[in-house]
Design a protein around this ligand. Structure first.
Ligand SMILES: *Cc1c(COP(=O)(O)O)cnc(C)c1O
Length: 395
């Protein structure tokens, strides 16, 4: 048995998206900037995809800019807002401690360029409080950036409310919606969003392609200078096949979203209930306001890395934090942000289920995680100290 339970890291491509990509690579290989028929056919594919993507989130096609993925969209959104802020003499940005590194590292860079950043604490439930966002706003705040749903613990933030507050105060609002796109309803107008980032490989599209929504009137700053592609905002010959595949994947995800979400959430809850029976374990993040496929646990007295390797032997692909941080020995900044202490944060496990997960697979995961945690605790000195009372249990 092989169970892919790491959909927050990346997803397999949908067959329809893959077929579109191959067809486009074979047939629409023209450069969309070329004037002859073959180029113009590629241009049509590109603009058709832009319309489809815009329609899913309630945007105008001219508000969609294609990028190489979520990280680039985050970088460009934040850099653009900072540039606009600088021109208006505003150099303060509000964000949260559990954002993706594409956001956090961009903010770090801006700090070294003279910006001031307020990172809000996240509560133990993994949720940001809108009133705390409001309280952090200052006269010189040029941007608020809060992710739609967290990539590690899956918690869904009160985006519409935060957006409303930003509108009232005349501050730009960016959201990294990479985990939410295709999985949650998103309407940029109703949700009061000015800038939004998305990435195709998190919703069954190809890797290396994504998009940035920028509300009409929000002037973007280039990260890449050169030709006049993307209305002059991103030079690079457009990746027409990937864009076309992304549009197919997103349209498909949006069309089946509601139908998928109910059974997927039910199986997520079955998995949570099963893993909760493991002694000294705890779910990370709110149980209800979470992505339909996300399960994230801490198990006291074990190492997350060993757990992952042994689960891999049993055919389960999972992750300890985010793919970007595995390989480093630091515990996840997200788990630390929600108040997990170092030792506990080390014993974490993220299982992000696909829409096609079955009850049988969930039960297989429960059985195997339970066995492996027990096995690892069997020779863990940390666990021995906990059991003998030498150190107190936290969970
Ligand atoms: C995956 C992810 C990104 C990065 O997207 P890429 O397309 O891989 O660059 C950014 N933010 C979040 C929340 C993510 O989950």
């Amino acid at each position: 048995m092989m169970i892919y339970a790491d959909n927050a890291a990346t997803t397999p491509m949908s067959p329809a998206a893959l077929a579109t990509m191959v067809r486009c690579l074979e047939q629409q290989y023209g450069n969309p900037s070329s004037l002859y028929e073959l180029g113009q056919r590629a241009r049509e594919v590109l603009e058709q995809a832009r319309q489809e993507i815009a329609a899913v989130i309630g945007a105008d096609p001219r508000e969609i800019l294609f990028t190489s993925g979520g990280s680039e969209a985050d970088n460009q959104a934040i850099r653009s807002a900072a540039e606009l802020g600088k021109k208006a003499g505003k150099r303060h940005i509000v964000s949260t401690a559990f954002e993706h590194h594409a956001v956090l590292h961009t903010l770090k860079r801006l700090e070294s360029e003279g910006f001031e950043v307020t990172l809000l604490d996240v509560h133990t439930d993994g949720l940001v409080r809108p009133e705390e966002v409001e309280a952090a706003l200052r006269d010189d705040t040029c941007l608020v950036t809060v992710m739609f749903a967290n990539n590690e613990i899956g918690t869904i933030q009160p985006i519409r409310e935060i957006g409303r507050i930003c509108r009232e105060h005349g501050v730009l609002f960016h959201t990294d919606a990479v985990q939410a796109m295709g999985h949650l309803p998103i309407d940029v107008k109703a949700d009061n969003i000015d800038l939004l980032s998305a990435s195709a490989h998190k919703f069954h599209g190809p890797k290396g392609i994504g998009f940035l929504y920028a509300r009409k009137g929000v002037k973007l700053t280039n990260l890449i200078e050169g030709g006049a592609q993307e209305r002059g905002k991103r030079a690079v010959t457009e990746n027409t096949p990937a864009v076309a595949a992304m549009a197919v994947a997103l349209t498909e995800a949006a069309a089946h979203r509601e139908q998928n979400a109910a059974p997927q959430s039910a199986l997520r809850d079955r998995l949570i209930a099963g893993l909760s029976k493991i002694p000294h374990s705890a779910l990370n993040g709110d149980a209800e306001k979470r992505l339909p496929g996300n399960v994230n646990f801490c198990f006291e007295g074990i190492e997350g890395e060993s757990l992952l390797l042994l689960l891999d032997d049993r055919g389960i692909c999972a992750s300890s934090g985010s793919a970007c941080t595995s390989g480093s020995l630091d515990p996840s900044h997200v788990l630390l942000a929600i108040g997990r202490v170092h030792d506990v944060a080390h014993g974490s496990l993220r299982l992000s289920l696909g829409e096609d997960i079955t009850e049988e697979q969930v039960d297989y995961i429960i059985r195997n995680v339970t066995e492996v945690v027990e096995y690892l605790r069997g020779f863990s000195p940390v666990w021995r100290d906990l059991m003998s009372g030498k150190t107190p249990f936290i969970l």
